[in-house]
Design a protein around this ligand. Structure first.
Ligand code: ADP
Ligand code: MG
Length: 234
């Protein structure tokens, strides 16, 4: 663990391109950003402004092409696969596209989120998974298959799966979009509490007012550039 004074995430002059030749297009321009431990940072901006690209670069899901990303004290630019794997184990991801395994129950899906962290005994893994499912309001759905859960409930299982390993950093892309008012608020409350109690740092793409109200900082992207960066008083 880096000392608390070291930011868990620091990007410096980050540029990113997609495609080759004629189709080559720059998606991020000179992005520089430091994120404080335990904070909730929201990324906003129009569709195509580079939010997902930035989130996946910070979260070791995409190779850094140009510039620097320091994550939990390690440089990602040029990092080898072993380091990236080790770092990913300390992260939690909630992406809309991250589907649940249809043949596994809610609890078994959440247990999958623990298996990347090594081998907990099965009963302890079950207990941890049940606990987090209770926290996201699914204590009465532990043994349901995804087919028997609503869209919002499935999204909460995905949130529980991201949180169960007690990650140092959570990366989330529109995690509350499919949630009703109350479960959206529960998820945000939970993330805020993890920040306070465990120092968990969260970077989240969202336009959800329930989240914006609770954010410590709102960073706005436009055409691949940071055009706004506002600390909020929470
Ligand atoms: P946002 O999440 O803000 O909607 P993205 O980060 O997904 O924006 O995309 C930023 C830019 O990069 C857009 O112009 C998009 O078309 C382009 N882009 C994103 N992913 C890819 C990809 N895999 N291949 C080619 N272009 C991409
Ligand atoms: Mg996106």
């Amino acid at each position: 663990m880096p000392p608390d004074s070291d930011p868990p995430i620091a990007a410096h002059d980050l540029n990113h391109w997609f495609g080759t030749g004629e189709a080559r297009k720059q998606a991020l321009f000179d992005v520089t950003l430091k994120v404080k431990r335990g904070s909730l940072t929201v990324l906003m901006g129009p569709s195509g402004s580079g939010k997902t690209t930035l989130l996946t670069l910070l979260g070791c899901l995409r190779e850094v092409q140009d510039g620097s990303v320091q994550l939990l004290g390690h440089e990602l630019h040029g990092a080898n696969g072993a380091l990236l794997t080790t770092l990913r184990r300390r992260l939690g991801f909630v992406f809309q596209a991250h589907n649940l395994h249809n043949s596994l129950t809610a609890r078994q899906n959440v247990v999958m989120g623990l298996q990347v962290h090594g081998n907990l005994p099965a009963d302890q893994a079950d207990t941890a998974a049940s606990h987090v499912l209770h926290l996201v309001g699914l204590g009465d759905r532990l043994d349901y298959l995804p087919a028997n859960l609503s869209g919002g409930q499935k999204q909460r299982v995905a949130v529980a799966r991201a949180l169960v390993g007690n990650p140092d950093v959570i990366f989330a892309d529109e995690p509350t979009a499919a949630l009703d008012r109350e479960s959206g608020a529960n998820v945000v409350d939970l993330i805020k509490r993890l920040g306070r109690e465990r120092g968990t740092t969260t970077v989240m793409v969202t336009h959800d007012n329930r989240v914006l109200d609770q954010a410590d900082r709102i960073v706005t992207l436009e055409d691949g550039r940071i055009v706004g960066d506002r600390q909020t008083n929470t």
